[in-house]
Structures are given as structure tokens and as C-alpha cells.
Design a protein around this ligand. Sequence first.
Ligand SMILES: [Zn+2]
Length: 265
Amino acid sequence: MDKQQYIQETLDHQTKNTTPKYKTPLNIEKHAAKLYTRTIFRLIQVEIEESVWRCSHNVVNSEGVIETTIVKEKRKSQPVEDDLVPLQMYNTEPIHEFKVTRNTEDGNIECSCQMFLRLGILCKHIFHVLNNCDIEEIPEKYICKRWTKDLIPADVRQKKVLYSETDNEVEEMANKAISSVDYCLRALTNNKAELKEFMEKIEDMRTEIEAKELNQEKLPKEARYESMLGVRVREQNEIQNPTGIRNKGSGTGKRLKGPGEKAIE
Ligand SMILES: [Zn+2]
């Protein structure tokens, strides 16, 4: 558990406090770096980079709001180990074709490689098309929540780290609270007035809780320790230190002598 927590904290620190090296001048890459954890960003970065260097297209068909693009991808050729293979075989890069359909009205975009359905990240073919349409941010509906930076609020995790909170009921309630708040936030993002109201309600509750905490701190030190530990301090201490115990070699002259000392004598 310690190891896991340590790794998580280290990765979090890396995600939060460092900026990755960008491999393309595209804004969509910076947007991805802002959204995702570093590990996922590296996967997406490969897709974005390859969308620039390995993908091309020449056919765009549009029917009403549906735009269909055939994206060609040059795959890295596998090195052939047989010496007898003619030289030009080394240089042929197999070309694969993928069909990307984009709805210009609702922004839905799909690729025949189905990478988004499998992994929750967009593929190079879609990035190629997005780049071609001058879209500089990953569309909101294709941001998979489970890969984003702010999935686990830091405070919740820290509480677990610090007090090793294992009460299932508490954990369940905390999770419910988080998902409710998360739901409300997502539902209200486009409604400024209601979001403000929600924020004010939460702030009110927070001040209330803070006030309670302040009152609690006025308890005497012993009482606070007692409530934390769940053990009361005894008024009379029945267990005393043991008497008449002397440790070996503590000046009684009865200490056993080692062979070296004996030889000197
Ligand atoms: Zn694809």
C-alpha cells in the first residue's frame, strides 16, 4: 500500500508540476497535456505526432452534415531478417486505410479503427481529421473522465493517506458525496446562475463545518486526545515501573569478562 501511494503521489506531482516536452506545434497537444494524467498524455502524444507524420488523406466526401474522410496511414515496416529479400522490400511501408466520419452539426466523429471505443483515447486518424478542420481542442464528449487529472480530489486521497481511513461506511458516504457534487457540477456547467447558487450553498455548508471545527478545538488537549484515540486516561495509574531490575554490566562488578579482557589480565 505504501509503495502504491508513493508511486501515485510521485506521478501526481509530475503531472501537476512539470510540463511535458511537446512534439508538434499543435494546440491540441497542449490541450491534451492540460487535461490528462502524464501517462495517458504520452499515449495520446504518440497518436497526435503520428497523425502529423504518418497520416495523409486525399478524399473528403460530404453528404449533408456527414463528412467522410479516408485517412491513409503508413505503418512502420517490420525489419525483415532474411538477407535474400531484395532491398526495396525494406523501404516499403505498408499503407492502411481508415474511414473517419464526422458530423459537422453535432461534432460526432468516428473512425473505423474504433480505438476510442476500445481505449477511451482518440486515434491518429481522428486527430488528422481534427487538425485538418482546424479544431484545436479535444471535443468535450471525447474526453474520457477516467483518464483526466482531476478525477480523484487530492483532499480525499490525503485523508486516507494520513489517517488510513478504513471505515467502509464512511468511504461509501464520501464516494456518494463526491459523485453527487461531480454530477451537479457537470449538469450546471452551462448554467451560470444555478451554478452560482450551488456554489453558494456549498460554501455556506463549508463555513458551518469550519465553525464547528473551530469550536471543537477549544476542548482541552487531553479530551481531544481521548476522543481521537477512543481511550480514557486513568485517574490512578495502577501499573508502576518494575523495581530492583539492573541490567547486565551496570556497575555491579559481576559482568562477564570477554576472552580479550582475560588475556590482558
Ligand atoms: Zn482510427
